[in-house]
Design a protein around this ligand. Sequence first.
Ligand code: NAD
Length: 430
Amino acid sequence: MTDTTRSSRIPGFHKKSPAERLALVSDFAGLDAAAAARLSDTGNLDLGLADRLVENVIGSMNIPLGIATNMRVDGEDVLIPMATEESSVVAAVCNAARQCYDAGGFTTSMSGTLMIAQIQAVDVADPHAARLRILGRREEIKAICDGCDPVLLSFGGGFRDVEVRVLDSRGGPMLVTHLIVDTRDAMGANAVNSMAETLAPHIAAWSGGRVYLRILSNLADRRLARAHAVWPLDQIGGQIGGEAVRDGIVSAYHFAAADPYRAATHNKGIMNGVSAVVLATGNDTRAVEAGAHAYAARGGQYGSLTRFEVTADGQLSGSIELPMAVGLIGGATKAHPTAQACLAILGVTSAERLARIIAAVGLAQNFSALKALATTGIQKGHMALHAQNIAMMAGAVGDEIDRVAAALVERGSVRQDVAQAVLQDLRGEA
Ligand code: NAD
């Protein structure tokens, strides 16, 4: 029954302490003491820090942190911290990396660390002439933008270029100014947003129009991370042989390239790897995801972020290219101690190196997913871990979890009702 006496209108909620808020929420939701205690146990994130990172904090949500091994990126071995709640994601990266390790691992590159901020102007009488007026003020624009962020400038970043587009919109022509800014080791959202906001009144004056939106574009296509690897046939063979696996993977890629229904799942798998590292390093998963999916649709049809083909000597070649707006400072990257520890594990000293490693992880993830799909199917690999989740859902605790999971896998029936029956038998025997 719905309780209609409860109210979500809680005046001053934001001014209360996390403990006071938790008490109110516990009361509202009827949480027992154990649930409330679990919420207030923020583990490796200090409650005071959590309270400063976001609003209305009552606790924290912990996600497992796994380490992917076997990765070699640009000739250097690296351990990859991955924060994810999904089983098989970490193992997939380990497996893919092992199978291309001896062939050299991953080679990566980056188009730059440039972000784009957009300023929207409407009601411009002469948009094409206004475009030229703005472009003619390049040096003035540079001075205004660079003046916003002397710290960024001191690290070698700052304004790089201005572009102006006349956009044909439903509301008539729209003048859209793009600021191209090198944000170096910052993801750069705040940095470029400040520049866009500071410049906006000038754009309004120069264009004679009205300025509305002033914010970065997450389609960070001046910040593309790229990774490539070759998987030798003798490494990927298994029972059905290297050629069959190779051809299955290439065909799976062709499927994704031709069909958005398939491409969405194909790219979701890539983001399993990408987002896990983005999250582990305290970066903005939504920013990277939005950029990746927008980039995958840049040609007008949503397609694959990776490509698989056959090398001249018959090996499997895989590559990936996607926007990668991640930083080492700013946002939660610097503030969150776990993110700092993850950056230390990665041993990265530049946002560019981090972005390149993440691209390699995305490619590795995709290789493993396609290999599984093209051979045994995805469920087999998932089953062992999935069975443990099902066992826990059925109420198994401690040693019971492994025993119930093993029984489910052996029976080939990973279902909660079966798990309950197995658990009952087990407890009966005991
Ligand atoms: P930030 O503003 O906290 O830090 C960036 C600043 O750090 C730079 O402007 C510079 O002044 C300084 N800095 C110090 N050392 C630097 C170095 N080596 N290289 C570059 N800059 C250096 O953070 P940010 O990166 O501008 O913004 C990231 C945050 O913005 C994230 O938390 C993100 O979630 C959030 N955000 C995202 C969006 C979006 O993606 N649409 C929109 C708004 C905010």
